[in-house]
Design a protein around this ligand. Structure first.
Ligand SMILES: [Zn+2]
Length: 300
């Protein structure tokens, strides 16, 4: 048995998270406010999420008996409350995802602080949720953002690509756990039709192959496979079928820990013993037995 690059609970080999960014119209309203005042076409494309996609995803997760992580902008909670309530009531994790999907590159520190307060207030007052995690809109993160998240009591961020296992992002108040994402595992660049873009709409069979191959390769690397989908994109019928096929295939292999982002972050923050960089005769018999206070950055 080779060394565990990253130890997972109960001797699991790898972790997998299904995450859904429930943007609805918010990102379009932020990026193209002029167009959003007249283009019913663009608005309706995104309303497919709250109208159809979310419930299709909830039914899928129910069939698969899986809990997922939903990152929801404040605007979506205010304008599509019922599907948000159904996500919460089905027991899924809800994380913060901006207010009107503000890409952080457009905000200075003061604006970012204000937007953070607004989104937390909406999640709390409308849904009764105090999110443990944050995913930045469009995965756009400023250098000061980790400190801001720490100040607001977040356990983790899930917007960065610096590793494919959880890692620590330093802040002035100690490390913030990162549950990393990557473009390869995002449905939008593969499936969205954008005029003038170089990519065509991907065949779900090709995407299943791509995502399966990434997972098959990450699994023996003890990776954390974080899939990011959008209800208005992946709520389409053939793409729901693709997600079901993917999870079914992953379950055929042994040793995958299906978890929410929060569960992964709590595991990481609890300080699983780093088993990195040096050969070990055996992997830890039980991951909980392998816990230690060591929580060094996973520099691989
Ligand atoms: Zn988003």
């Amino acid at each position: 048995m080779s060394a565990m690059r990253y130890p997972w609970p109960a001797g699991k080999t790898s972790a997998a998270v299904l995450s859904f960014d429930f943007d609805a119209e918010s990102g379009f309203l932020f990026r193209e406010p002029e167009k959003a005042r007249r283009s019913l076409g663009d608005l309706e494309e995104r309303r497919f999420g709250p109208r159809v996609g979310v419930d299709r995803i909830l039914r899928l997760l129910d069939r698969l008996k899986l809990r997922a992580s939903f990152f929801i902008p404040g605007w979506t909670v205010e304008h599509h409350f019922e599907p948000c309530r159904r996500i919460r009531d089905a027991g899924h994790e809800i994380g913060a995802h901006g207010n009107v999907h503000e890409a952080l590159g457009f905000l200075d520190e003061e604006q970012e602080e204000r937007v953070m307060r607004e989104q937390l207030e909406i999640l709390s007052s409308r849904l009764g949720v105090r999110p443990a995690g944050y995913r930045s809109p469009s995965w756009d993160v400023n250098v000061w953002t980790p400190d801001l998240l720490k100040r607001h009591g977040f356990l983790y961020d899930s917007s960065l690509m610096g590793n494919d296992v959880p890692y620590d992002v330093p802040t002035s108040q100690g490390p913030l756990t990162e549950v990393p994402v990557q473009w390869l595992l995002d449905d939008a660049p593969l499936f969205r039709h954008v005029y003038g873009a170089t990519n065509a709409i991907a065949d779900p069979g090709r995407v299943l192959q791509m995502w399966s191959k990434e997972w098959e390769a990450m699994h023996p690397e003890n990776g954390c496979f974080v899939l990011t989908c959008h209800p208005f994109v992946s709520g389409r019928a053939s793409r729901i079928a693709l997600l079901e096929d993917l999870v079914t295939a992953m379950r055929r292999a042994r040793g995958v820990w299906f978890a929410t982002c929060e569960e992964v972050a709590r595991w990481h923050a609890s300080g699983p013993a780093p088993a990195k960089g040096r050969p070990a005769a055996t992997r830890p018999a039980s991951a909980s037995g392998a816990r230690s206070r060591a929580r060094g950055p996973r520099r691989r």
